[in-house]
Ligand binder design. Structure first.
Ligand SMILES: [Zn+2]
Length: 129
């Protein structure tokens, strides 16, 4: 498994992550249906849903990215566009509601890619396989 990880570069893994593909092989989507992540990759058997608490990293990625995006939009509206602060707050509120939902799958994908890059993803084997 270590050889496979070394063969795929960080950029390859990041590219697969942006496209919501398995970070290990890139052949399968990590999405089963909207807001549901597959349990494992059917092609390479990389396990996407690991132990309880693993999803906290995906939530962290979503929260941090949302806050950085809100901060960037806030600075842009206030400093570049010169929009009144009260109006900016309404825009930021709307972004704070919509962005985490829109970024949900990518936060999982980035978290899986990070975990794959750091330590690899364990394989899933059913009993009898
Ligand atoms: Zn795979």
């Amino acid at each position: 498994m270590a050889d496979v990880r070394q063969a795929s570069s960080v950029w390859t893994t990041l590219s697969r992550s942006v496209r919501l593909r398995c970070p290990a092989c890139g052949l399968e989507s990590i999405i089963e249906r909207p807001f549901h992540i597959r349990h494992h990759c059917e092609s390479c058997r990389a396990l996407f849903k690991r132990e309880q608490g693993f999803f906290v990293g995906a939530i962290l990625a979503n929260v941090v990215t949302t806050e950085l995006f809100i901060l960037a939009i806030c600075f842009f509206c206030l400093l570049v566009l010169g929009i009144d602060y009260d109006r900016v707050l309404w825009v930021l509120f709307a972004i704070a509601v919509v962005f985490p939902l829109a970024f949900y799958h990518h936060s999982w994908s980035f978290w899986l890619a990070f975990d794959y890059t750091v330590e690899g993803l364990p394989k899933y084997w059913r009993k009898g396989d």
